[in-house]
Every structure is written in C-alpha cells, then in structure tokens.
Unconditional design. Structure first.
Length: 288
C-alpha cells in the first residue's frame, strides 16, 4: 500500500512527500518513473535514526508540474532546496539513486551548506548522462510515444514491466501494486504524461552533469558511494569516478550482482551501509 503523503507549499510549487521517523532530517531522492514510494523499505529501516523525508519530484507521484514548467535536473535540484527551505531544514543527510543521484550531485554542488552527509547509489554522473541504453526512451519521449499510448498504459501498467526489468534482479517479485504506485500518476492525465515526456527530453542536455564537476571537486561533505555491480546502465567505474571527484568521498561499497533498483530489492544492505556512514561521520573531525 502506498504511503500516506503530506504536502508543503514551496517557492517552486506544492511538493508532496512521505515522512517517517524522528531525529536529524534525511532526504531521499528518487529517479525518473518513480516517486517517494521507492524509498519505503530503506526509510523503514532508518527511521529510528532519522526523520526520513522523501519528496516526489516535479511531475512524479503527487507533485504536479505545471504546463511549461522547467523539469530539468537543475530545476529538480532547486526543488530540493525549496523543500528544505519550506520545511525549515538547515542541513540534511541526502540519499539518492538513479537520475536522483545526478539531481543530488547538482543539489550538493550548488547548495553545499545544506549537506550534512551524502550517499550516492547507482546513477548518472559526468559523461554518463544519459546512459547509452536509456537514449531510446528519450527518443520515445521526443516522439510523443508515451502520450500516444497514455490510456493503454493507464489501463495496464504491466505493458511497461519489460522496461523496468533491466533495473531489477527479480522483476517477477515486483507486484502490480508497486508498478501502479510508480506509473499510475504518470499516466493519470494527459498533462501528467506531457510533464513526464518533458522530463525525459531534458536528458538531452548532457551539460547538466558535466558543468558541476568543478563544484563537486570542492565538496567536503562526508560522502558514501554504494554501487551495485550488476547494473549495465551505470557500470561501477562511475562509482570510482565520483570517489575521485568528491574530496569528501570516503568509501565505495560494492554490492555484488545488485542492479539499478537495489535500494528497493536489497534495502538491508543499503540501510546498514548508510547507518554506518552516518555514525562514522558524526564521530569524525570536521574536514578543512
């Protein structure tokens, strides 16, 4: 069952979010085609340590994108800052996956004062945006394929199950209910599907990840990188690129055989690594 969501008005519009737990705030950032529901298992495991907050990004879940609104990665990073501002959050522990990892990098690079710690998992980085195997989806969006088939996708989300299969180790274990939680909002209205297509077309602007490299090389926030080795979209070499680019990066944890969506499939391993990272960061001397 999908989480009960709350809503907050920010300078970029209304943002829906899921919340669980108490303590210092942690911000969980999902990727394209998903929403805050994606983080339910990891949040459940970490809610004894943190106030876990997972916003729905623009045009995803229950956060609307108005016609013509900027939905680029840059705009989504601004949404994270606006969300923190509206919620009264000064510093947050950021955890991100997939295109959310690219958004988190932009957020951390442009708003470093917000970042208490950073955890990046498999996702876009530098020149691997978008990954080659995803460009076909971008072309489909450019051609209006999702809008043309919106009613069919809304009626049967399993039509898109094969597209999700590459991101999971065990796609057959993903319930129809989970797919509906992700895809239902994206195909609920013509406006929602148009926003999704605009989101995907923004992937053509590869400068979004490249332009922040100089700022990443100044980022001293304690950074953990957890990477599934079975992901063909985001090979493990990008984990080590991030470790080399971010001065605060302390460790790469490789999860053997894990694919892109391992935060949903293997939440115990990710939650354990994050908890250890948070505790080590709390006990470590501040970096210059």
């Amino acid at each position: 069952m999908a989480q009960q969501k709350q809503r907050v008005t920010t300078r970029v519009g209304e943002v829906a979010y899921a919340e669980r737990g108490k303590g210092p705030s942690a911000l969980f950032v999902h990727g394209v085609f998903l929403n805050s529901y994606y983080w339910r298992h990891v949040m459940a495991r970490l809610s004894d340590d943190r106030r876990c907050l997972a916003p729905d990004l623009l045009g995803h879940g229950d956060t609307p994108a108005s016609p013509g609104q900027d939905v680029s990665l840059r705009a989504e990073a601004e949404l994270l800052d606006a969300f923190c501002e509206a919620m009264g959050l000064n510093e947050v522990d950021v955890v991100a996956n997939d295109s959310g990892s690219a958004i988190a990098q932009i957020f951390a690079a442009r708003y470093p004062e917000r970042i208490r710690t950073l955890t990046l998992t498999n996702g876009d980085a530098d020149g691997n945006y978008p990954p080659a195997d995803f460009r076909q989806v971008v072309e489909m969006a450019k051609g209006g394929v999702f809008s043309a088939q919106r009613e069919a996708f809304a009626a049967d989300v399993n039509l898109l199950r094969p597209g999700f299969a590459a991101g999971y180790e065990h796609i057959d274990a993903v319930s129809d209910e989970t797919l509906r939680a992700y895809l239902g909002p994206l195909f609920a209205t013509p406006e929602a599907t148009c926003a999704l297509e605009r989101w995907l077309v923004c992937f053509e602007d590869a400068s979004q990840t490249r332009e922040i490299e100089p700022l990443l090389r100044q980022l001293t926030a304690p950074t953990l990188i957890v990477w599934g080795t079975g992901d063909h979209f985001f090979p493990v070499k990008w984990a080590y690129w991030l470790k080399g680019a971010i001065p605060g990066a302390r460790q790469v944890v490789e999860l053997e055989g894990a694919k892109l969506f391992f935060p949903e499939e293997r939440p115990d391993e990710l939650a354990d690594a994050i908890r250890a990272h948070w505790r080590a960061s709390a006990n470590a001397p501040a970096m210059a």
